[in-house]
Design a protein around this ligand. Structure first.
Ligand SMILES: [Mg+2]
Length: 308
């Protein structure tokens, strides 16, 4: 993409950006900065996620719309996990030599479609070049001050729940077809569910991005507790128990609630399943049916079993 095209590209991106309805953004794309006007009693929650060619997607496997959609969906899932409402996002994209204008348009179509659906205003960003494609998406959400759902609030005796089913994204990455492929390419951020869980007073919450075994360990470490996975983990149809326990990219919510607070089996059209109990013990230790559950989920800084 030559530099001369940049203004045109920016104009097309701005045209795709959803109108700032009630997002709090009073000045969007086009000036040196965007302006966000907070309302009284609100707190901002902020998250940033990178998408890197050959790490998070492969250009011959993932269409540009799917790459753009998921680049935003991952941040929105974090906003959902905090029980917050998305307000705006900032998108920086460095394109590689193989990228053409059609790819850039597809990427922003996917991203802006999800932004529109979720009331997230594309408030700004940056365009550049690189040896491989790298994208970074910052998402800001708002929540009533002091009420964001955090991962450090789980207490011994709390019941452990997850939304939906697990392992679908791992199966989809492997099979590249059907509903499972859709799960891998187009995960649905649980925004409405996250807000309801906050209203219902859950004690800790996080989204499952790197696999249950690893993310549950993180929640337990943050809360300084241990966990017993005693019940059946709901597995995506066709996926293995391994994929459900260790597969990443499901973007379901993992949360805890006091035992005396009965939660419904379904909320905001999503199934909720009780999978275990929080207990006192060595922080971060997770036991699954009597044996230690190794945190084998995805960790960028640890050698993966398949690498060795
Ligand atoms: Mg997260």
């Amino acid at each position: 993409v030559s530099l001369g095209d940049e203004r045109q590209i920016l104009a097309r991106i701005a045209a795709m950006a959803p109108a700032p309805r009630n997002s709090g953004v009073v000045l969007g794309i086009g000036d040196d900065c965007a302006i966000y006007r907070p309302t009284f009693g609100e707190e901002l929650v902020l998250t940033t996620d990178m998408v890197i060619e050959d790490v998070h997607f492969r250009r011959h496997m993932h269409p540009p719309e799917a790459v753009g959609y998921k680049a935003l969906a991952r941040g929105l899932s974090d906003i959902a996990a905090m029980g917050a409402t998305p307000r705006f996002c900032l998108v920086s994209l460095a394109v590689a030599g193989w990228v053409d204008e059609a790819w850039i348009d597809g990427f922003y179509r996917g991203l802006c479609g999800l932004a529109e659906q979720t009331g997230t205003h594309l408030a700004g960003g940056d365009l550049s070049h690189g040896r491989q494609l790298v994208c970074d998406v910052v998402v800001a959400g708002s929540v009533v001050a002091g009420e964001a759902l955090r991962r450090d609030g789980a207490q011994p005796g709390d019941i452990l729940y997850i939304s939906g089913t697990l392992g679908g994204a791992a199966l989809g990455l492997h099979s590249q077809q059907g509903e499972a492929w859709q799960r891998h390419t187009h995960p649905v951020p649980r925004l409405a569910l996250g807000r309801r869980l906050r209203e219902l007073g859950v004690t800790a919450c996080m989204d499952l991005s790197d696999g249950l075994s690893l993310d549950l360990q993180r929640l337990c470490l943050a809360s300084k507790v241990a966990a017993l996975l005693a019940e059946e983990v709901p597995v995506f149809p066709g996926a293995s128990l391994e994929q459900a326990l260790h597969g990443g990219d499901d973007y379901e919510l993992l949360f805890t609630a006091p035992a005396e607070r009965a939660l419904p089996g379904r909320l905001e059209d999503v199934r909720l399943t009780r999978i275990g109990t929080i207990v006192a013990g060595d922080p971060g230790v997770v036991t699954h049916r009597g044996t230690l559950l190794e945190p084998l989920g995805y960790d960028h800084f640890r050698q993966q079993p398949s690498d060795s």
